[in-house]
Design a protein around this ligand. Sequence first.
Ligand SMILES: Cc1cc2nc3c(=O)[nH]c(=O)nc-3n(C[C@H](O)[C@H](O)[C@H](O)COP(=O)(O)OP(=O)(O)OC[C@H]3O[C@@H](n4cnc5c(N)ncnc54)[C@H](O)[C@@H]3O)c2cc1C
Length: 259
Amino acid sequence: MVTVSTYQTMSEAAGKLAEGSMYMAGGTIVMRRVNFGDQSFHNIVRVQQPERGITVDAQGIKIGAGTTMAEILAHRDLDFLHPVARQIGGPAIRNMATIGGNLFARNPNGDMAAALLALNAQVVMADGHASPIETFLLDRGHARGLVASLIVPRVSHGAFKYVKISRVKPRGVAIMTISVLLGGSDPRVVFGNMGPTPLRAKPAERALAGGVNPSAIEAACAVCTQGLSPAEDALASAWYRTEVAPVHLRRLLTNGGLR
Ligand SMILES: Cc1cc2nc3c(=O)[nH]c(=O)nc-3n(C[C@H](O)[C@H](O)[C@H](O)COP(=O)(O)OP(=O)(O)OC[C@H]3O[C@@H](n4cnc5c(N)ncnc54)[C@H](O)[C@@H]3O)c2cc1C
């Protein structure tokens, strides 16, 4: 039997999470686990007023963890994230799926988490502690407490590029995603589904650090899979992913990923 405990605020709920409890946001993953008879938890923790909504200030854009993909799509200042949110599930999923829940989604999901890693977002917990998303993702299996919000730095127009490669259009899960942030002295290149968590392709980032030109793009593509450990699943083998990753990165860097 699964019981449900509802609390007023995230910080109240965070204090009540115990062994055998599972926090539920949009529930698109948690409810599937309940329906499949997952016995690893017996109590679902819910919050009446989850951190939700989007605020923009000089620091960046603060997105409450309970904000859905549909809400991201409706917000003008988050237009750079629209290509990511638009390709997550169908309309019903996007109405429920939250940005906070996406941080915990395992392969082949977690498309938004990969994009946020490229954007160098900060993850703010309900107790106020903040950390870069890169450390958060590496440690997420042991994450304690609840995520309250994400702070995403502002992005200049055209600096963020994203492509999701899937076999089934428009709603298939990803064989891989590639998220790239250009325009500064520290370019970021992130692959989703090319490791246990979204991973930065640091050799490719170094190749692009001097600017994006044809020879830098070739150099980045030649080294882009170094240090990654691609997923091996029913969608594609690790070999296939390694072979096609440079092809998709080249397309993304040269013509925005159009195929
Ligand atoms: C049909 C279908 C299609 C999908 N397609 C995609 C897709 O294309 N791309 C993709 O990336 N995902 C996809 N998903 C997976 C999922 O919908 C998303 O990853 C979604 O963002 C998860 O958010 P949620 O709020 O529903 O998470 P929930 O199911 O509520 O929670 C998921 C996990 O995150 C934890 N969690 C949630 N919020 C917090 C928080 N604030 N603090 C701490 N822990 C938290 C929960 O405890 C749980 O372990 C799909 C799912 C379905 C069912």
